[in-house]
Design a protein around this ligand. Structure first.
Ligand code: TYD
Ligand code: MG
Length: 452
């Protein structure tokens, strides 16, 4: 029988159970329960001792604006909401080998020009970090290196008045608190290590950058609780085969969460991509059937990407649907609307859809670009090479307005496009700009078909 103070904790969702089971009842994952020491029991009420009175202050007081530290890597600063806030904790998640250590070494090398920065690696020896720095051309950066995994030692080193102002912990899954019996990387260790490190960071005003590994289904390993403990959660993503890397804010107490930063992984490290549209369209050849350029928006920045579709007769009873970089449920919806509202017989075909360049598009505004690519592939007629497409599609077949029309059009004009397939102005919230783009305005999705 389990001892009273041990629990079985799911390594996927963090739920805990008194007994072991093959499947976690909370999240449904198999083989994720691991025996761990129970956290100290919840105190039973507050008892007799009375607390200290809290001082209330008026809301209308003068705020000390959160001071920020700029890394001067603009893509990184923007995703953080305009630089790193003093005493804040950031979690950077991503697949192994995507470039988290590279990014943070470059960030600390920039910051070290102004303040003391410590890079604490639990995964690599000091020499290995030095080798990476040599590759990045950063051997002379005044970053302080250490290879350590014991949180007690790390806290002792950070907890001094003249200690580093920025600290990197690479990665939280290698850190351990020596009062816990569980192995490093378990939920209990990850949680305890993070809370100790964050506590010292808040006390001393240290900006803490924590690396977190990602499990096979794209979550930061360990429970969601880690994401609640930090101020900012960034994901570093990209396709292995592509050199593009995208830094995305998922949570940010000090800034917006829809910003992305685009980097290119080169021979000597990550290089900022200040105009992603140019990059995503670099391999585009005009007048190819089944492609459409979507004028999208990532945070405050317009980004043009190519949507590619292939519609082919299916030999299978249940036709195949494969989607890269977009939501497959959304594709099913666009296909259904094309079939039911516009009479396009597409359902019996295999359909492949891909967003070129490894970007993941989440905006519903891409619906119309997807529909245009699908129809183009089906009919064998290309979408005009100088046209950008955007608009949301409703279930009754109407083309709905999207936000920031002007910004999308401006970016398209800047990159030399001449036409825009877009929602009709009656629905559009944007006003007519002077961007010189010819507007082909659609009211219904069926208005798209005569263009092919
Ligand atoms: P790394 O930062 O070690 O990834 P993570 O910390 O997320 O596991 O990056 C490793 C990958 O990046 C590796 O496949 C090699 C590649 N790389 C480059 O292409 N150029 C470079 O300059 C560096 C340092 C790494
Ligand atoms: Mg690493």
């Amino acid at each position: 029988m389990a001892r009273a103070n041990t629990r079985y904790v799911c390594q996927n969702c963090g739920a805990s159970f008194p007994k072991w089971a093959g499947k976690c009842e909370a999240c449904g994952e198999w083989n994720t329960l691991v025996e761990e020491q129970a956290a100290e029991s919840v105190p039973k009420g507050l008892g007799k001792a009375s607390g200290k009175r809290i001082e209330f202050v008026p809301l209308s007081g003068v705020s000390s604006d959160a001071p920020r530290r700029m890394t001067h890597i603009q893509e990184f600063d923007r995703v953080c909401g305009g630089g790193l806030v003093h005493g804040s904790a950031l979690l950077i998640g991503g697949d192994p080998g995507i470039g988290k250590s590279t990014l943070l070494l470059q960030v600390t090398a920039c910051l070290a020009q102004e303040v003391r920065c410590a890079y604490i690696s639990g995964e690599e020896a000091v020499d290995q970090v030095r080798m990476r720095a040599a590759r990045l051309g950063l051997v002379n950066a005044p970053v302080e290196l250490a290879s350590a995994t014991n949180v007690r030692d790390i806290v002792a080193s950070l907890d001094t008045a003249e200690g580093p102002r920025v600290a990197v912990i690479d990665s939280i899954q290698t850190m351990y608190v020596d009062t816990l019996d569980s192995a490093p990387g378990t939920v209990a260790q990850v949680r305890a290590s993070a809370s100790e490190l964050i506590r010292v960071a808040k006390r001393r005003g240290i900006t803490l950058l924590i690396v977190g590994h990602v499990t096979k289904d794209g979550q930061i390993a360990g429970p969601r609780v880690l994401e609640h403990m930090v101020d900012t959660v960034l994901y570093f993503e990209g396709e292995r085969g592509h050199q593009f890397r995208i830094l995305r804010a998922v949570k940010n107490r000090f800034g917006p969460t829809d910003e992305i930063g685009v980097f290119e992984m080169g021979e000597d490290g990550l290089v900022e991509v200040t105009n992603p549209s140019e990059l995503f369209l670099a391999d585009r050849r005009g007048d190819i059937t089944g492609t459409a350029v979507f004028a999208g928006l990532e945070g405050t920045r317009p980004v043009l990407v190519e949507v590619q579709a292939l519609v082919a007769p299916s030999p299978l009873g249940t036709p195949r649907r494969a989607v890269v970089g977009w939501d497959s449920a959304r594709l099913a919806m666009v296909l259904a609307v094309l079939e039911a509202r516009c009479g396009v017989a597409i359902g019996a075909n295999d359909v492949y859809l891909s967003v070129a360049g490894g970007l993941k598009v989440t905006e519903p505004a891409a619906d119309l670009a997807v529909a245009a690519a699908l129809v183009s592939s089906l009919t064998g007629e290309p979408v005009p090479a100088d046209a950008v497409v955007f608009g949301e599609i409703g279930l009754s077949g109407e083309v709905r307005a999207v936000s920031q029309t002007d910004q999308r059009l401006k970016e398209a004009a800047k990159l030399g496009f001449g036409r825009a397939l877009m929602p009709s102005p009656r629905r559009s919230r944007g006003n007519a700009g002077d961007d010189g783009l010819k507007r082909l305005e659609l009211d219904q999705l069926s208005d798209l078909l005569p263009l092919f």
